[in-house]
Design a protein around this ligand. Structure first.
Ligand SMILES: [Ca+2]
Length: 497
C-alpha cells in the first residue's frame, strides 16, 4: 500500500488543479475538467524550485550530503537486457535518467562508481559466483553485487552477502523497496538481497495483461467498462476475464485450426503461465512459525489445484491461444495479451519494434473475489542487488543502495513509466494507478529466486502440470516432489542459521 501515499497525493493535486480548471472553464463540458496541466518532471524545475510532482514522492531518511571518499565497485551481470546500471546522455529519457542518477548519487555520497562486467545469467551463473569467490580470496574489491535474479541468491547460500536489515542506511519500509522483500524474502529476520525501483529491469519484467484499446472497444461488449474499470470495481477475476474472451475467435485463414494467423480474444505467453498461480496470491514456499521456510499451505491446496485445472483448461478455449509467439498481439490479432511489460516498447522481444496501437495495462486477474490483493509475477531476467559481506566500505555501500533506490523512485521509474505507458504519471491517474498496483504487489516467491538450490522443484510444478495434458494432476505432481523439496529446503535454510 506504500505507493498509495503518492497516489493519494497525486489525486489531491489533480482535484485541486481540475477544480481550478473547472472554475476557469467557459463551458460545462466535463471533458475540460479531466485535463491535468503538464508539470515539470523532478529535476526539470528551475534551481531551487520544488515542482508539484516532487512533492508527490516520499523522501528518504539519508543525510543531504556525505563524504565517503570511496569508490563503489559494482559487479554487474553482463547479459542485462534493459538499460539499468549506467548510460551516456543520449536524449533517450531512460538513459538520461540513469546518467543523471549516477551523477546525483555519486555527488551526494562523495563516491565514484566503478562498474565491472561479469557474465552471470542462467547460462553463466556459476561463473559469476566463481568471480565473487575469487574476489573474496583476493582483496575484496567488490562492494555491491548486481546480478541476475537467480544468481545472487547463490551468494547468499554461501553466506557472502550482508544482512541489509543490519545496515543503518537501508530502510526496507520505504516505497522504493517492495513489500515482498519483507513478507517473502526476509527469513529469520535476515534479508540478504533487494530489488525494486532500483532495477529498471524489474519494472520491465513485471507480467501484466495488456490490451489493445481499439480492438477492445470494437469486439468486447462489456457495458462500457474497460478492464481498468473492472480492476477499480474489484471485478477483475479469472472468470470475468474468461467471459469476455472465451468465444472471441475468427478462423482468419479458414483452415479449421487455431494458429497464429487467426484472431483471438486473448493470447497468453506460455512461459509465464505460473503468473496465474502467483497472481492468485500463492507462492511455493512460505515462512513457518519460527520464520524458516516450508512448502506453503496455499500451494499444497485444493484451491491451487483448482487454479491449475481451470487455467490449463482455459488455454484450450476457442478464444485463447497460449504459446511463445508474440506476433499475434503485435499484429493486432488478439485483444488481450499476458506477457512482460517490455513488450510495449518492444525493446527486448527481439525485433525492437514497439506496439503501434494504444495499449491498456492491468494486473493478472485475481482467481476469485475472495482474494484481497492483485499479485505481480516477474520474468527472471531482472536484477537483484546485494552487499558484499566483506566489503571494506560496507556503510558506504549500504548508503549507495538506499540512495540509488530513492533516486530511481523519483526519476528513473517515472521515465520507465512514461516510455511504457506513453503518458506521464500526472496525465492519467488511472493508468498510473495500474502501474503502481503492478509495482507494489510484485511477488518474488523465494522458491523461484532459489531456483538453482531448489533444482527446479518449486517453480516448475504448476507450469508443467498446467500445460500438460492433465492439468487436474497438480496435487499428485506436487506430492511426487515433496520429499526432494524438503531436502533442498535444509540446504537453503542453512544459509540463515
Ligand atoms: Ca486458422
Amino acid at each position: 500500500m506504500k505507493n498509495f501515499v503518492r497516489l493519494i497525493a497525486l489525486m489531491l493535486v489533480l482535484i485541486t488543479v481540475t477544480g481550478m480548471f473547472a472554475a476557469c472553464a467557459t463551458t460545462n463540458d466535463p471533458e475540460t475538467t479531466t485535463e491535468a496541466p503538464t508539470t515539470n518532471a523532478p529535476g526539470e524545475g528551475g534551481e531551487g524550485q520544488v515542482t508539484e510532482e516532487e512533492t508527490l514522492y516520499v523522501p528518504d531518511d539519508l543525510d543531504e550530503k556525505y563524504d565517503f571518499g570511496e569508490t563503489m565497485t559494482v559487479l554487474y551481470w553482463e547479459e542485462w537486457r534493459m538499460t539499468e546500471f549506467f548510460a551516456e546522455e543520449s536524449g533517450d529519457i531512460i538513459e538520461d535518467a540513469i546518467f543523471h542518477r549516477n551523477i546525483k548519487v555519486a555527488d551526494r555520497l562523495g563516491i565514484e562508481f566503478e562498474f565491472i562486467a561479469q557474465p552471470g545469467d542462467s547460462t553463466n551463473h556459476t561463473a559469476y559466483v566463481q568471480q565473487a569467490e575469487n574476489d573474496w580470496a583476493a582483496d575484496n574489491e567488490y562492494d555491491i553485487y548486481a546480478g541476475y535474479s537467480r544468481t545472487i541468491p547463490l551468494l547468499t547460500i554461501k553466506k557472502m552477502t550482508a544482512n541489509l536489515l543490519e545496515q543503518d542506511a537501508f530502510n526496507v519500509n520505504k516505497p522504493w523497496w517492495p513489500e515482498a522483500l519483507t513478507t517473502e524474502c526476509t527469513i529469520k529476520d535476515q534479508l540478504y538481497f533487494c530489488t525494486g525501483d532500483i532495477s529498471t529491469s524489474m519494472l520491465w519484467y513485471m507480467i501484466a495483461f495488456m490490451y489493445n484499446k481499439e480492438l477492445y472497444e470494437n469486439h468486447i461488449n462489456n457495458g462500457g467498462k474497460t478492464p481498468m474499470d473492472m480492476v477499480d470495481a474489484d471485478e477483475w477475476t479469472l472468470q470475468n476475464f474468461l467471459a469476455l474472451v472465451q468465444d472471441l475467435y475468427i478462423d482468419t485463414n479458414s483452415d479449421g485450426q487455431k494458429d497464429v494467423t487467426d484472431f483471438y480474444g486473448a493470447t497468453i505467453y506460455s512461459t509465464d503461465i505460473d503468473s496465474f498461480m502467483i497472481g492468485a496470491g500463492i507462492t511455493s514456499l512460505e515462512k513457518d512459525e519460527e520464520g524458516g521456510l516450508r512448502i506453503s499451505e496455499k500451494w499444497n491446496s485444493q484451491r491451487c489445484a483448482d487454479i491449475c485445472e481451470t487455467v490449463g483448461n482455459a488455454m484450450n478455449l476457442q478464444g485463447i491461444l497460449c504459446n511463445t509467439d508474440r506476433s499475434t498481439f503485435k499484429t493486432q490479432q488478439s485483444v488481450f495479451h499476458m506477457d512482460r511489460v517490455f513488450n510495449i516498447p518492444g525493446t527486448d522481444s527481439g525485433d525492437g519494434v514497439p506496439l503501434e496501437f494504444t495499449v491498456g495495462v492491468v494486473p493478472v486477474p485475481k482467481f476469485d473475489e475472495t482474494q484481497v490483493d492483485y499479485k505481480t509475477n516477474l520474468g527472471n531476467p531482472f536484477t537483484i542487488y546485494a552487499l558484499n559481506a566483506q566489503s571494506k566500505s560496507l556503510e558506504a555501500a549500504a548508503t549507495t543502495l538506499e540512495a540509488m533506490g530513492s533516486e530511481n523512485y523519483r526519476s528513473v521509474t517515472p521515465a520507465v513509466f512514461e516510455v511504457a505507458m506513453k503518458v506521464r504519471y500526472t496525465d492519467d491517474p488511472q493508468v498510473a494507478e495500474m502501474f503502481d498496483i503492478l509495482k507494489e504487489n510484485v511477488s518474488f516467491d523465494v522458491g523461484k529466486l532459489y531456483y538453482y538450490t531448489m533444482e527446479k522443484t518449486t517453480s516448475q510444478v504448476f507450469s508443467n502440470t498446467c500445460l500438460s495434458g492433465n492439468p487436474a494432476g497438480f496435487l499428485s505432481a506436487l506430492k511426487t516432489s515433496t520429499r526432494v523439496i524438503n531436502n533442498k529446503l535444509k540446504t537453503l535454510m542453512a544459509a540463515y542459521e
